[in-house]
Write a protein that binds this ligand. Structure first.
Ligand SMILES: O=C(CO)COP(=O)(O)O
Length: 247
């Protein structure tokens, strides 16, 4: 299996300059497994600072960007601006963007397509709510979310998918390795059938939702889990352990 393990830290709307420096300190201290790709998702105001001060090998992602180059979109940032400060990645479609800010499957797919066309790499997030899971709709929901993106893009080389069940985000309620593996495997099956077998083989699917130093090894041992997208624990030194989950 040739997929490189990829661990992202999504800081969300957290951090002061002091905290950012503390995070950079533990990233510098590491040691971080050189076989794992590490990406930190930073609030927009700190992107330039973190880009300039992150240790070698730690890549930087924005947590959102709009689907236009520039213009009258007050409060938004563009892919071009991210490129301008050498930020290479963007997280799109996070469940908090979907739920709190009303982003739809279609808007997210347009953003993914625009970011890729602009030369950014994308972590595209999908995942079901508790209500959807309890109604037996997990696969239906994540397939729909993936298909919306597939309708708008052709090349998946620069896309990482993050499966983040909404009920596991920030709740301390992690999906079991078996639950996560089941969805990751189903996603790969769907991609194989509806997109292509080679994309199914090569695309990396991260798990996100209450990943910690304590549970990362068991999750990371599953064959279809290619890394993590970490919220709360990415603000703490424990993040180093998560980066090193698969040795
Ligand atoms: O939303 C997440 C990462 O994008 C997960 O957040 P937590 O790790 O805090 O549950």
């Amino acid at each position: 299996m040739g997929r490189k393990f990829v661990v992202g830290g999504n800081w969300k709307m957290n951090g002061t300059k002091k905290q950012v420096d503390e995070i950079l300190d533990f990233l510098k201290k590491g040691p971080l497994n050189a076989d794992t790709e590490v990406i930190v998702g930073v609030p927009a105001v700190y992107l330039d600072y973190v880009k300039c001060n992150a240790p070698p090998g730690v890549e930087v992602a924005a947590q959102n960007c709009y689907k236009a180059e520039k213009g009258a979109f007050t409060g938004e940032i563009s892919a071009l601006m991210l490129k301008d400060i050498n930020v290479g990645w963007v997280i799109l479609g996070h469940s908090e963007r979907r739920q709190i800010f009303g982003e739809t499957d279609d808007l997210i797919a347009e953003k993914v397509a625009f970011a890729l066309d602009s030369g950014l790499k994308v972590i595209a997030c999908i995942g079901e709510t508790l209500q959807e899971r309890e109604a037996g709709k997990t696969e239906e929901v994540v397939f729909r979310q993936i298909q919306a993106i597939a309708n708008k893009i052709k090349d998946w080389t620069n896309v990482v998918i993050a499966y983040e069940p909404v009920w596991a985000i920030g709740t301390g309620k992690t999906a079991t390795p078996e639950q996560a593996q089941e969805v990751h495997k189903a996603l790969r099956g769907y991609i194989c059938e509806k997109i292509s077998p080679s994309v199914a083989e090569s695309v990396r699917i991260q798990y996100g939702g209450s990943v910690t130093g304590a549970n990362c090894k068991d999750l990371g041992a599953k064959p279809d889990i290619d890394g993590f997208l970490v919220g709360g624990a990415s603000l703490k030194p424990e993040f180093v352990q998560i980066v090193n989950a698969r040795q």
